[in-house]
Write a protein that binds this ligand. Structure first.
Ligand SMILES: [Zn+2]
Length: 189
C-alpha cells in the first residue's frame, strides 16, 4: 500500500512546467509484480515531468544494474541497464474509450477529474524493457569467453545425447514403414 503511494504523481497540485523526480528501485519494488528473472536490482529511474495545458509529458531515464543468469552457462552476472522512454499522458473526459482507440503505445489517457496517477507499472515495464534481450558472460582481456566451461561441456554432452536419443526415436517411429524403405540405410550415406 505505502509502496504504491510512493509512485503516485499528484499532478493537480503541480505547477505548470518541468519537474524532476527520482526513484531508487530495488528488489522490494517488484514484490507486487511476482517473481522476476533477476535479483539485486540497483537502479535509478529519473523522471522529467513537464506539466502542460491538458497533458503531461513524461521522460524516464533508467540507469542501473541487475543480477541475472548468463544465457549460455547460467553463471550469475551483473547486467547494465540503460535506456530512456517517453510518454504523454492526456487528460480527457472519456479515458477508457480513448485508451482503447489509441494506437500509439506512448500515449495514455486519464480522466480529467483525476488528481493523481501511479507510475509504478510504467517503471516496472521500463526496467524490464531495459534488460538486454541476450546477456552472457563478458570476455576476458584475451577475448576469451568467461562462461563456466564445465557447464558448457556438460551442456554439449547433454545436447549430443539428446540428438542421439531423438534419432533413435525417429527410427523407432519409422519402423512401421519397414518394407517401403530401410531408413537406416539412408542415414549412412
Ligand atoms: Zn556464461
Amino acid at each position: 500500500m505505502n509502496q504504491n503511494r510512493a509512485y503516485e504523481i499528484a499532478f493537480v497540485g503541480l505547477r505548470p512546467g518541468l519537474h524532476e523526480l527520482e526513484y531508487r528501485i530495488e528488489d522490494k519494488f517488484f514484490a507486487d509484480f511476482g517473481p522476476q528473472d533477476f535479483s539485486h536490482c540497483d537502479t535509478t529511474v529519473k523522471l522529467k515531468l513537464d506539466k502542460k495545458q491538458g497533458f503531461l509529458q513524461l521522460h524516464f531515464d533508467v540507469d542501473g544494474t541487475i543480477d541475472a543468469l548468463c544465457d549460455r552457462c547460467g553463471n550469475p552476472i551483473t547486467v547494465q541497464l540503460w535506456d530512456e522512454f517517453n510518454l504523454i499522458v492526456k487528460l480527457v473526459d472519456d479515458p477508457i474509450t480513448m485508451n482503447s482507440q489509441e494506437e500509439d503505445p506512448d500515449i495514455f489517457y486519464i480522466d480529467k477529474g483525476e488528481s493523481h496517477f501511479s507510475i509504478a507499472n510504467w517503471i516496472f515495464e521500463f526496467i524490464n524493457l531495459s534488460i538486454p534481450l541476450q546477456h552472457i558472460c563478458k570476455e576476458n582481456e584475451k577475448g576469451e569467453s568467461t562462461c563456466n566451461q564445465k557447464v558448457l561441456e556438460t551442456l554439449k554432452k547433454f545436447k549430443t545425447n539428446q540428438i542421439e536419443i531423438n534419432n533413435k526415436n525417429i527410427w523407432k517411429g519409422l519402423e512401421k514403414f519397414k518394407g517401403l524403405d530401410d531408413p537406416k540405410e539412408a542415414t549412412n550415406n
